[in-house]
Design a protein around this ligand. Structure first.
Ligand code: PEP
Ligand code: MN
Length: 339
């Protein structure tokens, strides 16, 4: 942490700052500049006890110097991560990845119809949840293990990879057995025991951004997974909560270039949850590709009107196909491609 003193700060204010730093058992290194004095604090990895120094009299700024997310940082590994799922499916790199499918597996017929539709439309990975309980306890709660089997069969018979949500440590083993990519949902972005458990497995993981998680916190959540040794991690912006309630969430596309400036991890975007409205999904999907996303996660359902979960934000098969055709043009304009 670097404490930058205000230009007119007094010797006494400086001494108070140093005294406070030393009381917290850090060492204070004073650097006298022409206009400003800077006090560098060293000694412990955890700089959070120093946060409050920024509000002391005479202090202009407190700037952390050591990024708390070392393994996720672009400084640590300047080469961007590319995850290889086999059979020509990758996440990261020039080729964009399309992950699509229904909110949840509902039946064998439904998930097979979804798989056929997203495959025909150009997706590489079939998504659907089976363990995620609905927000309300009386809502559809998922087909659990049966759903996982159906998802995996539907994907395999259509030449797709699978992605599903691990909602608790309890379900991790069974998800590992069936899924090619695990997903950690927005509500688990700060579930540190689950993040740590996911760090122990050797299977690609898409970590969704929590709806009230700052990017710095998001990168630290990612660091929990990386610190366990699981480096096949994908970040997914899916909208945050703001004062705006005209849409389900506010899709924070700033996050895409902002994350890519700080991390080598692939960044994908989920405009389905990000907007909650299928009419807004296409425009925001195109914007996501334009601003540098490495892929998209899209909800697509064979019959959105009758979907058990998230129907209003799910694309019908023809809408999905039409959108991918548009996305190819946007991708080409930013020197990316969709195969
Ligand atoms: C999902 O993708 O099915 C999902 C539940 O998303 P989120 O965790 O972003 O709400
Ligand atoms: Mn959903």
């Amino acid at each position: 942490m670097i404490i930058v003193m205000q230009p007119g700060s007094t010797e006494e204010q400086r001494r108070d700052v140093i005294r406070e730093i030393e009381a917290l058992e850090y060492k204070a290194h004073v650097i006298y500049g022409v206009e400003r004095t800077v006090v560098a604090c060293v000694g412990h990895e955890d700089k959070t006890p120093l946060e409050h120094l920024r509000s002391m009299p005479g202090v202009e700024q407190a700037i952390p110097i050591l990024k708390p997310f070392k393994l996720a940082s672009l400084e640590t590994s300047p080469e961007r991560t590319e995850i290889d799922l086999g059979d020509g499916v990758t996440i990261g790199g020039r080729r964009l990845t399309l992950i699509a499918g229904p909110g949840a597996v509902e039946s064998e017929e439904q998930v097979h119809a979804a798989a056929r539709a997203v495959k025909a439309g150009g997706a590489q990975i079939l998504r659907a949840t089976v363990f995620q309980p609905g927000e309300n306890p009386y809502m559809f709660q998922g087909l659990r293990e049966d759903g996982l089997r159906l998802l995996s069969e539907a994907a395999r018979s259509n030449g797709l990879k699978t992605l599903t949500e691990v909602a608790s440590i309890r379900d991790l083993d069974i998800c590992l057995e069936y899924a090619d990519v695990l997903m950690l949902g927005a509500r688990n972005c700060a579930n540190f025991p689950l993040l740590q458990e996911i760090g122990q497995v050797r299977k690609p993981v898409a970590l969704k951004r929590g709806m009230a998680i700052k990017l710095s916190e998001y990168l630290q959540a990612a660091e929990h997974v990386l610190a366990g040794g699981n480096y096949e991690l994908i970040l997914c912006e899916r909208g945050i909560r703001t004062f705006e309630d005209a849409t389900r969430f506010t899709l924070d596309l700033n996050a895409v270039p902002a994350l890519r400036a700080q991390t080598h991890l692939p960044v994908i975007v989920d405009p389905s949850h990000g907007t909650g409205d299928r009419r807004l999904v296409g425009p925001m999907a195109k914007a996501a590709v334009a601003c540098g996303a490495d892929g998209l996660m899209l909800e697509a359902h064979p019959d959105p009107q009758n979907a058990e979960l998230d129907g209003p934000q799910s694309l019908a098969p023809n809408e999905f196909e039409a959108l991918v055709a548009e996305l190819r043009k946007v991708a080409a304009a930013v020197d990316r491609e969709i195969v």
